[in-house]
Design a protein around this ligand. Structure first.
Ligand code: PMV
Length: 330
């Protein structure tokens, strides 16, 4: 074993993943498609800890709580099973924006951890196997091992991985309305949706159709169609989530105001399309040449950042280690 460091970036889905067919293996009920970003990265170092009985997680320079550590251990158990090892490790992870701040997502976290841990345990994984491994940490993480636009096939344990898709060059204008941690995790909210929404089956079937249409639109480099499917599919996800019992609402008045502003922009001839994940922040999909104008138009609605397609998860050279937390665990 050796100490390794990896970096990965979050992704924003244009066809959303919401609902699992298999909770343990994190197999999605339907496929999805996203763009891996070139900002908001996570950097993670995995250090072998011989003699220790438990793993340690250090997040942004602080030893993490038991719940977060348990989730990391459950993931590392998959890595240990693949490697035939019992070795415990120290995981040191930093996000370029505060954890839980809308975009420091579990996707970049588990994509970075999968990449660093696979190398630390000397696993020789190809792109598909790495994506499948990241999926076991957090579903959307399997798309962050892939650069640019990625499709995640629903599949079974063997075939549920993400891979790159040809797509036009695009930008996203990220409007952060609230950087706070969300009140309910995607995992819990998804479970509640599948168990209680009367629209769930229709969501699953229609998502497969949206995905097929989206892949075609990407291959045709048809930005208008990509944007139309993106805005519609994201809103369908929020409608579905709101239809659970008890209801869950992620979009706020400010989020809706951004959707309105983007619609107005379209009326003036600027093609822009809104989407939002499980939170109030809105991401606006645009052509590269329109990014500045859209960012200017949305100034005042929240914190604005223009992002583009980014790299897949990658190992960093020796010397890139995340520094140890200053506080020692008792
Ligand atoms: O991978 P998770 O459990 O963080 O779920 C992500 C769900 C959404 O971000 C809302 C949609 C998606 O496809 O990324």
């Amino acid at each position: 074993m050796r100490t390794t460091t990896a970096r990965a970036y979050p992704n924003i889905a244009l066809v959303k993943y919401w609902g699992k067919r298999d909770e343990a293996r994190i197999l999605p009920a339907a496929g999805s498609l996203s763009m891996t970003l070139d900002a908001f990265e996570t950097t993670t170092t995995v250090v072998p800890a011989p003699g220790r009985a438990t793993d340690i997680l250090e997040l942004d320079g602080e030893v993490a709580d038991e719940e977060a550590t348990r989730r990391i251990t459950a993931f590392l158990d998959h890595v240990r099973a693949l490697a035939g090892s019992e070795q415990r490790v120290i995981v040191r992870s930093t996000n370029s924006v505060p954890t839980g701040a809308g975009l420091a997502s579990s996707a970049s976290g588990f994509a970075a951890l999968a990449t660093a841990a696979a190398a630390a345990f000397d696993l020789d994984l190809d792109d598909r196997a790495l994506s499948r491994l990241a999926r076991l940490g957090s579903g959307s993480a399997c798309r962050s091992t892939v650069p640019g636009v990625a499709v995640w096939h629903a599949g079974d344990d063997e075939t549920s991985f993400a891979e790159p898709v040809e797509a036009p060059d695009m930008r996203m204008v990220v409007v952060t309305v609230d950087p706070g941690r969300k009140a309910i995790s995607s995992r819990t909210a998804m479970r509640l949706t599948a168990a209680t929404s009367p629209f769930y089956d229709a969501w699953v079937t229609s998502t497969e159709q949206s995905l097929a249409d989206m892949v075609e639109a990407c291959e045709d480099k048809d930005f208008t169609r990509i944007g139309e499917i993106t805005e519609s599919h994201g809103l369908r996800m929020h409608a579905l989530i709101q239809s659970t019992m008890p209801p869950i609402r992620f979009l706020r008045p400010q989020s809706i105001a951004i959707y309105d502003a983007v619609e107005k922009l379209r009326e003036t001839g600027i093609e822009a399309y809104s989407t939002a994940d499980a939170g109030p922040n809105v991401v606006v999909l645009v052509r590269p040449g329109d990014a500045e104008a859209v960012a200017t138009a949305l100034n005042g609605y929240g914190q604005i950042r223009i992002v583009g397609p980014g790299p897949g998860a990658q190992l960093l050279p020796e010397g890139s280690e995340v520094p140890a937390a200053t506080e020692e665990r008792p």
